[in-house]
Ligand binder design. Structure first.
Ligand code: ADP
Ligand code: MG
Length: 556
């Protein structure tokens, strides 16, 4: 099996200069004995859960590292070599690689995965600028979903891809799409060739930023369907044909389709990010209208998410041609970088006490995201925690895009430690360094749970997720315990919690429509809140008076 090659230390993709100067691979010889291969394979299996291969140079026993490269006695001090990157050249290699990564790929005529960025160079002749842009991001190796989806997309296949939160799905479609663009550069102003749809503006902005970085130096016109761009397209002061790639949310796009202000007839690639969300009730009709406005026979369709329920998969299969289906890990599991825990708080009041307990126990380490089930509850918790002098802010659908953008920026900078939000931020958004996610209210489904807690433990980092529940949440707990089991977090809940009622089909349908009615959050006694209100009214009245006085003085 010619799968493992020993490359020199210079082969590390962190060293972008070497690749910039010389595009050929620095090979230094191959492992000669089966023993060495087995050792390397064993190491690969040890790090199987390490999506980002952060353990490549740190997790092997120094003695083993030594033996892998030189076969000399361990007490000879020499430079510690890195584990070689994988190159996959046979079906046997591919099968071993998939076993290690827990990747399941089905469909007709499945292409072999890439095992490393080196494979991208040797097998797909990756564009030099694109590789340089990747190297600048300091990515050492492609993640399992990138290894599978890059060949699938480059082989013009429709694709349904399911991989854990934070495992690099954005690049899994951006790398092959940009490679395609560089192989056949589009004629200027010849229409939108690639359309990427995402459920929220925050996620669309993030995808656009990734796209912008990765396509640096290419002569491509990228667009994000902001309010301003939508207005310009409606007024016809800008022609949509001038964009090569467009990132959009469904609602704005529908508006333009309906007013015939956008031309999607030239789209060749469609990416639906967070596909299951976009095929859920509420979005389904919009997604359907978008699909109908494409020249469907010529469009390569790719759907990505961390959760793809079978109903959604059926829809995807129906609209795709001979698709490939890639599942990394377990379909119903959360990322294994997240330590999950369930806490019974008895009643609503118990939740605030539990937060204060976490603070006391030193478990409340910023940055933290707290999810609640409604805007009104998110606002109440925000006011409550303000009094605890925690550095908090809140994002929900009632805040303006500018306010949301500002809060996100401050949270990313570390100016805000605790971000309170609703499911509006549950999908896709990549905040680096979120230590803890708290589900103050239990999410309504296993999918919502996986996406919410997926805001931590991203990019190979460790994270923690705590879910509070009360006696009213009995039925919601079972799906969460199932996810915890699938993700190997059995120690995060007590045995008695497993015996809580299961949801019937009818319960699930009811829950989709209605949320659980909960008691309000505030612990402030009514007299105090009345006084606060009176004080606020007095301040506002005094402001109004001052304003009128200044206006009067100015008119005299
Ligand atoms: P997902 O869409 O699967 O939730 P993202 O695409 O948002 O995940 O990526 C999560 C994080 O991982 C991002 O910060 C991204 O920059 C990083 N990332 C992506 N690909 C790699 C890679 N090959 N090596 C290291 N980090 C990566
Ligand atoms: Mg994503």
């Amino acid at each position: 099996m010619d799968i493992f090659r020993v490359l020199s230390r210079g082969a590390s993709l962190r060293k972008s200069k070497q690749y910039s100067a010389d595009f050929s691979l620095p090979t230094q010889g191959e492992l000669s004995t089966e023993t060495r291969k087995e050792k390397t394979l064993q190491h690969e299996i040890d790090k199987e859960t390490d999506f980002f291969h952060t353990k490549r140079s740190t997790n092997i026993e120094p003695q083993d590292q030594h033996q892998l490269a030189t076969d000399e006695p361990a007490n000879v001090v020499t430079e510690v070599p890195e584990v070689p990157p994988l190159q996959i050249s046979t079906e046997e290699d591919a099968a071993t690689f998939r076993k290690i990564n827990k990747s399941k790929v089905s469909g007709n005529d499945i292409p072999m995965p890439i095992g490393s960025f080196e494979d991208l160079i040797s097998r797909y002749d990756i564009n030099k600028k694109l590789l340089d842009n990747l190297l600048r991001s300091e990515f050492v190796e492609p993640t399992p979903i990138q290894c599978e989806s890059v060949p699938a997309i480059l082989n013009e296949r429709d694709l349904i891809a399911c991989a854990p939160t934070g495992s690099g799905k954005t690049l899994a479609y951006l790398i092959p799409l940009l490679q395609k663009f560089t192989a056949t550069p589009p004629v200027k102003n010849s229409g939108i060739k690639c359309l990427i749809i995402s459920p929220t503006n925050e996620l669309a902005t993030q995808i656009f930023q990734n796209l912008d970085i990765l396509s640096r130096g290419f002569n491509l016109k990228l667009g994000i369907l902001s309010k301003q761009l939508a207005n310009k397209l409606t007024e016809k002061s800008v022609n949509s044909d001038k964009h090569d790639i467009l990132v959009a949310t469904p609602l704005r796009l529908i508006g333009l389709i309906k007013s015939e202000s956008i031309n999607l007839s030239k789209v060749q690639n469609l990416v639906v990010d967070e596909a299951d969300k976009l095929f859920e009730q509420g979005f389904l009709q919009q997604t359907d209208t978008i699909l109908a406005s494409l020249n469907s026979k010529n469009v390569q369709k790719t759907m990505f998410s961390a959760t793809i329920p079978s109903g959604v998969e059926e829809i995807c299969q129906a609209i795709m041609i001979d698709p490939l289906r890639v599942i990394i890990g377990h379909k119903e599991a959360a990322s294994n970088t997240i330590d999950q825990k369930l806490i019974f708080t008895g009643n609503e009041e118990g939740k605030l006490l539990a937060i204060r307990q976490l603070i006391q126990d030193g478990e409340f380490k910023p940055s933290i995201i707290i999810f609640l089930q409604s805007i009104i509850r998110a606002k109440s918790l925000f006011h409550e925690l303000l009094y605890d002098k925690l550095n908090v802010d809140v994002i929900h659908a009632e805040r303006t895009p500018k306010q949301r953008e500002e809060v996100i920026k401050r949270f990313k900078n570390g100016d805000i430690w605790v971000l309170i939000t609703t499911d509006v931020l549950a999908r896709g958004v990549d905040f680096k360094g979120v230590n803890l996610v708290i589900n103050y209210d239990v999410p309504q489904s296993a999918q919502a749970y996986v996406h919410r807690i997926g805001r931590t433990g991203r990019g190979g980092k460790q994270g923690k997720a705590i879910t509070f529940f009360t006696k009213e949440d009995n039925k919601l707990v079972k799906p969460i315990i199932n996810v915890m089991k699938q993700s190997g977090c059995e120690s995060g809940y007590s045995e008695w919690m497993e015996n809580i009622d299961k949801l019937t089909k009818k319960d699930k349908q009811l829950l989709k429509k209605n949320q659980i009615t909960r008691k309000g959050i505030s612990t402030v006694p009514k007299v105090v809140s009345h006084k606060r209100k009176q004080k606020q009214q007095m301040i506002e009245a005094s402001k109004r008076r001052k304003h009128m006085e200044t206006e009067e003085a100015a008119s005299e």
